[in-house]
Write a protein that binds this ligand. Structure first.
Ligand code: ASP
Length: 419
């Protein structure tokens, strides 16, 4: 069995769905589980809808835009006469509208978010399953909320691996007999059968959950890039495609902020030795990148860029030195506020961290520690990490930059600079 994952960009209009269907057709003889995201930018549109509802503002226009977007795709695909699809889509929108009408702040934003935003994936997979069947590709629709079980940490739900794997395994065994299985990424449900989501861009992780449950032969993520590149082509010229990457390298790249694969995807696949292919849906004949257990000598330096960074320094003003007590105190509050450090450095009298900028939490951190330290910060910064650096790559990237912090270890070089 193989698992394919198609993200929003690969199903953003009727032409993309036709292209996806062609790719699937080429693998029709394989047993396939196809994990799909919401179409195009629908997750953002649903987030916006919920924000407007919370602010008690009018939602008719954006809601109609979401309906029209899906209806146009249905019409363009020539499946508007599918009565079952028509009924299913109408039901999803009814559920969406009822949910928004009943919204009250006592329900909690994160809970409502999951009930609202998860519907994007339901819409996309209903349409795609209908289209594939219309094309003569037998496809059965599976509700991921029935089989991906999680806790109730809405928007960042933690997967119950034991329950999910058992349910996926037994459900897929039945569904796969009917043909290709079309299911949703990103979503699951808690023990009360309420929808949960796994974090933005979480569909890659869903693909890994399905793959490990059925001991799949491989996972393929179909993307709008040729594979895993050594840098973001939108930001850097002359990028290099990795034909092969060890799991460890790929996982570390996601840790430093490479957005090509969701950070939680690699670990479960590596534990089961399931290879991950990252390939282009625009040129499906190319083999892209293979991520698996391997030794790849002389990997090109990977350049990972992160914007929206802030550097905060905690200084001691009484002529004593930074010690474990101070660092412990700083970390206690960083942990309490659920902040993540991207880089840290200490000197005799100060401790400095670089983090994703969150002005609200930064202020909370400052308030909590202002009696102990003099606190300084810079915001609006960017960070570059070079994995497997060489001096040329550092020189090239440091050119013309006003560096705030730089740091290097045996394999990694990091710098934070002013934009
Ligand atoms: N639709 C979700 C998002 O846009 C999940 C995903 O695409 O991976 O974040």
């Amino acid at each position: 069995m193989k698992v394919f994952k198609f993200g929003g960009a690969s199903v953003k209009d009727a032409d993309s769905v036709r292209n996806m269907s062609k790719i699937i057709q080429a693998y029709q003889t394989d047993k396939l589980i196809v994990v799909v995201s919401a179409m195009g930018k629908i997750t953002n549109a649903l987030e916006e809808l919920l924000s407007l509802t919370m602010e008690e503002r009018e939602v008719t226009t954006p809601l109609e835009a979401i309906k029209d977007f899906h209806q146009t795709i249905i019409n363009d695909l020539g499946i508007s006469s599918d009565e079952v699809l028509k009924k299913d889509i109408a039901e999803v929108f009814e559920q969406l509208e009822n949910g928004l009408n009943e919204f009250s702040s006592s329900m909690g934003y994160d809970y409502m978010y999951d009930q609202t935003v998860s519907l994007g994936e339901i819409l996309s997979t209903k349409i795609i399953a209908s289209y594939l069947n219309n094309q003569g590709i037998a496809a059965s629709w599976l509700d991921a909320r029935k089989v991906v079980k999680t806790d109730s940490l809405h928007r960042q739900a933690i997967v119950d691996w034991g329950a999910s794997q058992a349910m996926i395994k037994s459900q897929i065994k039945r569904s796969i007999e009917e043909g290709i299985v079309i299911t949703q990424g990103f979503i699951g449900s808690n023990s009360d059968f309420k929808s949960t989501t796994l974090g933005r861009e979480g569909s890659d992780f869903s693909a890994a959950i399905f793959a490990t449950s059925v001991n799949a032969e491989s996972v393929t993520i179909w993307k709008d890039v040729p594979g895993v590149l050594n840098a973001d082509p939108k930001k850097f010229a002359n990028t290099v495609l990795y034909e092969k990457l060890p799991y460890k390298e790929a996982a570390e790249m996601t840790y430093y902020g490479a957005s090509v694969i969701h950070p939680k995807t690699i670990k479960p696949l590596a534990q089961k030795g399931i290879p991950l292919y990252v390939r282009s849906f625009q040129s499906p004949e190319d083999s892209g990148t293979t991520i698996e257990e391997s030794i790849v000598p002389n990997l090109a330096p990977a350049i990972i860029h992160k914007d929206g960074q802030t550097v905060i320094s905690f200084k001691i003003s009484d002529f004593s030195f930074i010690n474990e007590h101070h660092i412990h105190l700083i970390f206690e509050h960083i942990k309490r506020l659920n902040l993540t450090i991207n880089l840290m450095q200490n000197s005799a009298i100060s401790f400095t961290v670089c983090m994703d900028d969150d002005p609200k939490k930064r202020e909370q951190l400052r308030t909590a520690l202002m009696d102990e330290f003099l606190i300084y910060y810079n915001e609006g910064l960017e960070m570059i990490t070079i994995k497997n650096y060489n001096q040329d790559s550092i020189n090239e990237l440091m050119k013309d930059k006003q560096i705030i912090i730089e740091q290097r270890s045996r394999n990694n070089f990091q710098m934070v600079y002013k934009v």
